[in-house]
Design a protein around this ligand. Structure first.
Ligand SMILES: NC(=O)c1ccc[n+]([C@@H]2O[C@H](COP(=O)([O-])OP(=O)(O)OC[C@H]3O[C@@H](n4cnc5c(N)ncnc54)[C@H](OP(=O)(O)O)[C@@H]3O)[C@@H](O)[C@H]2O)c1
Length: 359
């Protein structure tokens, strides 16, 4: 039978119709089910994780105060757009040139959609749910090279917590060349990327100091941090000395920025590495250049992940080397409630929406 015949022509989807409040998110039940091209795969979404990128795009945060709303990479936004980057699901239909996948397989989607002829060029990379429709829907289409079969006992809800956070975290650790010889200071440690950084840095046998909200201390310690300090520790050098025996760390992996940023930089040892993938407490920070050059520091920014990284993550998941931190799940129809909880930041790990109640 033609597999297309089993795919409904219309599906449920959340359409973002412009930037602004949550009213810009519209729940549709008549969204056309996408058709995969020859190199693409149609995936039935079982669960999709939430991310700040979706919220930042809706709020126009990437525009840096300019009137024209833009995407994470400065490109023009197109509406309506189905957001949602972190998809766990099953294969529904496979394009004729896709060889390694078959209907029914459990899959995760790598959200970084690379140019087929120039996959190492970050300037030609699109993000699922931003430059093309994503997973806050019953189905999504992605390039076959981004669709990874996975064998795991984890539920779809749990699998949907990994893609963006863990991909970003592993990319940051690669940029900072983290090894078992390093002590790594991690900000926003209770969040999606921060909790992934703890697990992935621990996997590399690094020593970890985590900064998080005081009420989340015990949960963050349980993820694997060697020391957990409050988000605003006052004298960070002293707090580090008391908890780790030294005022300096080798690496700062930061997703917070904001007013506390200068003390993060001062905490780096000579030759230290600072890597950044976010600025949830504020994107504008004050840098004393003497701290950069007199201490031989290296700064890196990490967003687009290179080919091969996601396959590595899938191997870690299958081997049980990293675990999901599922804080809550909501039905697809409840995306707005899910996003409100996500924005409140009372949780540890990540929040997902599911397309079925039994996922
Ligand atoms: N470059 C990329 O590709 C990429 C990918 C993913 C995320 N990001 C960015 O990285 C940042 C973190 O992402 P995430 O997914 O880990 O976020 P998240 O799950 O929302 O966690 C962020 C954490 O930061 C902490 N925080 C510290 N100061 C804060 C403040 N002023 N306001 C709110 N939270 C504050 C909170 O933890 P405590 O309460 O424990 O302090 C919060 O849980 C975001 O800015 C996001 O846009 C970038």
């Amino acid at each position: 039978m033609n597999p297309r015949a089993t795919v409904p022509s219309k599906m449920r989807a959340w359409a973002l119709t412009g930037t602004g409040s949550q009213d810009r998110l519209e729940f549709r039940t008549d969204w056309p089910t996408p058709t995969p091209g020859a190199d693409e795969v149609l995936v039935r979404v079982q669960a999709c994780g939430l991310n700040n990128t979706d919220v930042n795009v809706r709020r126009g945060w990437y525009s840096r105060g300019e009137p024209q709303p833009v995407a994470w990479d400065g490109s023009e936004l197109e509406f309506p757009r189905v957001q949602g980057a972190d998809v766990a699901g099953t294969v529904l239909e496979v394009g004729r040139r896709v060889e390694n996948l078959r209907p029914g397989q459990r899959v995760l989607i790598d959200p970084w959609l690379r140019d087929r002829d120039d996959p190492h060029n970050p300037g030609k990379c699109r993000y699922l749910g931003s430059e093309c429709d994503g997973g806050f829907a019953d189905c999504v289409v992605a390039d076959g090279r981004n669709v990874h079969a996975i064998e795991s006992d984890l539920s779809a809800k749990e699998l949907a917590t990994f893609a963006t956070s863990y991909g970003t975290a592993e990319n940051m650790l690669d940029h900072a060349r983290v090894t078992g010889a390093d002590t790594v200071l991690i900000t926003g440690a209770s969040g999606g990327v921060g909790s992934a950084l703890i697990q992935l840095a621990r996997r590399r046998k690094a020593r970890i100091v985590a900064l998080c909200g005081a009420d989340k201390r015990d949960q963050v310690a349980a993820i694997g941090a060697h020391a957990v300090l409050p988000r605003d520790p006052g004298d960070l050098g002293r707090a580090l000395r008391e908890s780790m025996g030294s005022e300096r760390v080798d690496v700062v992996a930061d997703v917070v920025g904001g007013p506390g940023w200068p003390r993060l930089i001062r905490s780096l040892a000579r030759g230290g590495r600072y890597t950044c993938a976010g600025a949830i407490a504020g994107p504008r920070v004050e840098l004393d250049l003497r701290n950069l050059y007199l201490h031989d520091l290296t700064f890196t920014g990490a967003t687009v992940t290179p080919p091969g990284l996601f396959a590595r993550l899938v191997r870690y998941i299958e081997a049980g080397e990293i675990r999901p931190l599922l804080a809550a799940s909501y039905q697809l129809e409840q995306l707005r409630e899910a996003q409100r909880a996500f924005i409140e930041k009372r949780h540890v790990g990540n929040i997902v929406v599911t397309t079925k109640s039994d996922t």
